[in-house]
Ligand binder design. Structure first.
Ligand code: AP5
Ligand code: MG
Length: 189
């Protein structure tokens, strides 16, 4: 199965995807993590991505689509955290999965109020992520979510694939809601 996590920066996509990966024992692709590793390794793609990530902007669609196409080749199932992030990426994901006669199974939309998102990301600033380092960059990421990524919610709702999960609470509490949402959608868990 292919599970997509959608939600604003700081809502807990990475945290919940890690818990679900353990539970389902399938792969987890976090495009943010992949890009941070490419930056750390000082690769050409990492250099390109860094210029966007440091200021809280999205890396161009064609770069991300090529990267994901490569990583999903021959995968039987995967948790996607941070991709797709635009309608163009969502349409490309459908094409990538269709090559292996697969499709997105379910989209988990995590929600939290803006004050909580800013609180979580500001608290994480000491961990050294360049895009958590100042409030202006955090705000820009949240604005870009609203303008570029939020339209995905309607896109997947129309396909009947959207499951809404309240992201406020402890990580285990939220995870219990993720599992409940998944079992009510398709009985997979
Ligand atoms: P990415 O790494 O995906 O970052 P993001 O979407 O900004 O989200 P975060 O990773 O900050 O938050 P999260 O929702 O994963 O929450 P987390 O579990 O970490 O992308 C980074 C950048 O890469 C983008 O800005 C863009 O430039 C680029 N990029 C990536 N993918 C791209 C794409 N497809 N297209 C274009 N560009 C792309 O939790 C956050 C914090 O809260 C943590 O400290 C955590 O411990 C804490 N926390 C989690 N859950 C809870 C809880 N329930 N209660 C209290 N605290 C909690
Ligand atoms: Mg993350």
């Amino acid at each position: 199965m292919f599970v997509v996590f959608v939600g604003p920066p700081g809502v807990g996509k990475g945290t919940q995807a890690a818990l679900l990966r353990e539970h389902l024992q399938i792969g987890h692709l976090s495009t943010g993590e992949v890009l941070r590793q490419l930056i750390f390794d000082d690769t050409p793609l990492g250099k390109t991505a860094k210029a966007f990530i440091d200021i809280g902007k999205l890396v161009p669609d064609h770069v991300m689509i090529d990267l994901v196409d490569d990583r999903l080749e021959n995968q039987e199932g995967c948790l996607l955290d941070g991709f797709p992030r635009t309608i163009t990426q969502a349409k490309a994901l459908d094409v990538i999965l269709a090559k292996g006669e697969k499709e997105v199974s379910i989209v988990i939309r995590l929600t939290a109020d803006r004050a909580e998102l800013i609180r979580r990301l500001s608290m994480r600033a000491c961990e050294g992520r360049s895009d958590d380092s100042d409030l202006e960059t955090i705000r820009r990421r949240l604005e870009i979510f609203d303008s570029r990524t939020a339209p995905l919610i309607e896109f997947y709702r129309r396909q009947g694939k959207l499951a809404e999960v309240d992201g406020i609470g402890t990580p285990p509490e939220v995870f219990a809601r993720v599992l409940a949402a998944m079992s009510s959608e398709d009985g997979c868990c």
